[in-house]
Design a protein around this ligand. Structure first.
Ligand code: SF4
Length: 244
């Protein structure tokens, strides 16, 4: 039997790893599904990417935990793959749709499935806090263990455990949701931030627009969004000037 913990680097999975180690529970492997933009660039936002690197160092030094990265096909590779079924046969996949996006199943679920196909007889640790009973009830308890739930540790308490080890992800320090920097489901505010703070990533995404049969957001291209952000910046400058 192999004991495997999934880690997203959110507060619940990190607090769960700490508790597993504190209690001396069996743990053979920790896995993290790393979505990639291409073979070199992570899908995590640069802030989250740096946090994960820091967290892995802390986990290794303080708890002797190594995290195994699972990777599937990259966003860019899937984007340029030719569709063999469904709508737009013969076109490439292009940007994922907001509803029915191809990215979650191809980039995230597939490498996890492959891991569990290759690793049989696994007991899986899942980071579900005590205040998430519905998620807990849905699990098969013959193959899954939820240390936080069993210890009656709430989400708030999980956060306190992470704080103690400086393991609080940047997603809790801002209003930003986690997820890929190229996500078509992200808010306008997050896209504005990507345009302003990470122009290199923005430009990579924009350069792919001409190759996609669909727009990045429903009826909205990255070019249009960029013009909008530029106009906003110009107006801000005028107001700054008037204010002086
Ligand atoms: S965060 Fe967005 S882009 Fe990334 S897998 Fe989920 S839906 Fe797709």
């Amino acid at each position: 039997m192999k004991y495997v913990a999934s880690c997203s680097f959110g507060k619940d999975s990190l607090a769960m790893l700490i508790k597993i180690k504190e209690l001396g529970l069996p743990l053979d492997e920790v896995i993290y599904c790393e979505i990639m933009f291409d073979e070199n660039i992570s899908g995590e936002t640069p802030k989250m990417f740096s946090f994960i690197q820091k967290a892995e160092k802390i986990l290794k030094e303080k708890f002797n935990i190594e995290v195994k990265h699972l990777r599937g096909i990259s966003f860019k590779e899937q984007f340029y793959k030719i569709k063999q079924k469904g709508n737009h046969i013969g076109d490439n996949y292009g940007f994922p749709y907001v509803i029915g996006s191809w990215c979650n199943s191809r980039l995230k679920i597939e490498p996890i499935r492959r891991y569990f196909r290759e690793n049989k007889n696994v007991i899986q640790y899942v980071g579900i806090a005590y205040d998430e009973p519905k998620r807990y009830e849905r699990l098969d308890h013959t193959t899954h263990i939820c240390p936080l739930y069993d210890l009656k540790i709430t989400e708030k308490e999980a956060m306190e455990i992470c704080k103690k080890y400086d393991l609080v992800s940047p997603i809790y320090k801002t209003s930003f949701r986690g997820g890929c920097w190229f996500c078509p489901k992200q808010s306008l505010g997050q896209l504005r931030w990507l345009y302003r703070e990470h122009r290199d990533l923005w430009n990579i995404l924009k350069s792919m627009e001409k190759d996609s049969h669909n727009t990045f957001r429903p009826n909205q291209t990255l070019e249009q969004l960029e013009n909008r952000f530029k106009n906003e910046a110009e107006q801000t400058n005028i107001y700054d000037y008037i204010g002086e």
